[in-house]
Design a protein around this ligand. Structure first.
Ligand SMILES: NC(=O)c1ccc[n+]([C@@H]2O[C@H](COP(=O)([O-])OP(=O)(O)OC[C@H]3O[C@@H](n4cnc5c(N)ncnc54)[C@H](OP(=O)(O)O)[C@@H]3O)[C@@H](O)[C@H]2O)c1
Length: 367
């Protein structure tokens, strides 16, 4: 067997999710039956070189000696020992960080929400194409083995067509006691649940309905509503409905997210003509789902599937990035550009209907 591809990552920022992602990169790929790629972290970029070095010392294991600590993000983009950049700054910096990386001809995996609006994303995708580099939103949930198996059942026809679904991701952040500068509350950092948590109920609607073959990638109509917190004026509770009726699918998704309520169980319920699939929460990395089969409206069979793997599950998307780059692709077929363009178009529309205007200067590109 040929040697696995060694794929070299440069990490932008040293925050919470960068920590989780890098730990997952270091999990031996063989534990998930991956033999064609291995991941290596070669550079950490922070606004402080001390923080970058502390990150290396505390998070990296075998890569510790060879990884470089940089006190700027620009030095990571310029490093010839870096193949791909992982952007893990707050959302309002994604555009500028990803654009700088693209212009340096680096491939990019960018945290969710990929940008703060659709215009920023369109500009990044155009730049990625022009510079012939791979670009993907870090929608790790889409690559979990659980999601792949969910889609197989959902699209097999065994339950008939999907009809309606509800999905929610809520986290009680204790916002009354949080500093107003925390990224979940600060409008300058794109605070509120829509941009932060909304991608997860939405990815289930994209998997269950938008990607369903009967939908033929038709766009849904969108209705949204937001409640703002008086603390900083960002949304605290947001609901949105997506109605799919332009192709052979007639189905509706009711989606919600909150930063001051505990999560719901199950996280998602997808109702079909002949059954239901219930996805356990939290929706960003569920560990099980239950399928109920109906006859004449009654449950006649039920099965639960459980999923376990080493790590938190952020490495499956990293394997996809490495393989796409190896194969000369600039886009993943699994989480393709059109899916997160839909995501950002939906968020723009929900913010428009909900009256959430980002402060001047936050959106680097507007339509
Ligand atoms: N995939 C997931 O499940 C998941 C989970 C949580 C968050 N996220 C996403 O990941 C991104 C980062 O979230 P996080 O929770 O990791 O945030 P965080 O802990 O606050 O870390 C963000 C990092 O960005 C850098 N940064 C640059 N400019 C900044 C600024 N003006 N204010 C604050 N930090 C700044 C800082 O690193 P340096 O000081 O080292 O430069 C900071 O440590 C967000 O877009 C979020 O939506 C994804």
């Amino acid at each position: 067997m040929s040697q696995p591809l060694v794929f070299r990552w440069g990490i932008i920022s040293t925050g919470m999710i960068a920590n989780v992602f890098v730990k997952d990169l270091l999990v031996d790929p063989k534990t998930r039956d991956v033999h064609d790629v291995v991941h290596k972290v070669t550079a950490i970029g922070s606004r402080s070189v001390t923080k970058a070095q502390e990150f290396i010392d505390s998070v990296l294991e075998s890569d510790k000696a060879s990884a470089k600590a940089y006190g700027s993000y620009a030095e990571v983009y310029a490093d010839k020992d870096v193949d791909v950049i992982y952007v893990a700054t707050p959302h309002t910096y994604h555009y500028e960080n990803a654009m700088d990386a693209i212009k340096a001809k680096k491939h990019v995996l960018c945290e969710k929400p990929v940008t703060v609006n659709a215009a920023e994303l369109r500009s990044l995708l155009a730049a990625a194409k022009e510079n012939n580099v791979f670009f993907m939103e870090a929608m790790w949930t889409r690559f979990h083995p659980l999601s792949l198996e969910f889609k197989e059942i959902s699209e097999s026809g065994v339950l008939g067509l999907p009809i309606a679904m509800h999905a929610d991701l809520s986290v009680d952040f204790g916002i009354k006691d949080l500093p107003k500068t925390h990224r979940i509350l600060d409008p300058m950092l794109g605070g509120g649940p829509l941009l932060d948590l909304g991608p997860y109920p939405l990815v289930w609607a994209i998997m269950a309905l938008f990607e369903h073959p009967s939908n033929k990638y038709s766009q849904p109509s969108i209705s949204g509503s937001m409640v703002m917190t008086p603390i900083t004026g960002v949304d605290s509770n947001t609901s949105f409905t997506l109605s799919f009726s332009k192709a052979d699918l007639s189905a509706q998704a009711v989606l919600s997210c909150s930063i001051n309520a505990a999560g719901l169980e199950p996280g998602a319920t997808i109702r079909y003509e002949k059954g239901v699939i219930k996805i356990a929460g939290p929706l960003y990395c569920p560990q099980s789902f239950t399928v109920q089969y109906f006859e004449k409206g009654k449950v006649v069979r039920e099965e639960t599937r459980n999923f376990e793997y080493a790590g938190r599950g952020m490495h499956f998307q990293a394997d996809e990035v490495a393989r796409c780059v190896r194969d000369g692709k600039i886009e993943s077929e699994v989480w393709s550009h059109k899916k997160y363009l839909l995501e950002m178009d939906i968020f723009d529309e929900v913010r428009r209907q909900g009256g959430y205007v980002l402060p001047p200067g936050v959106e680097k590109v507007t339509a």
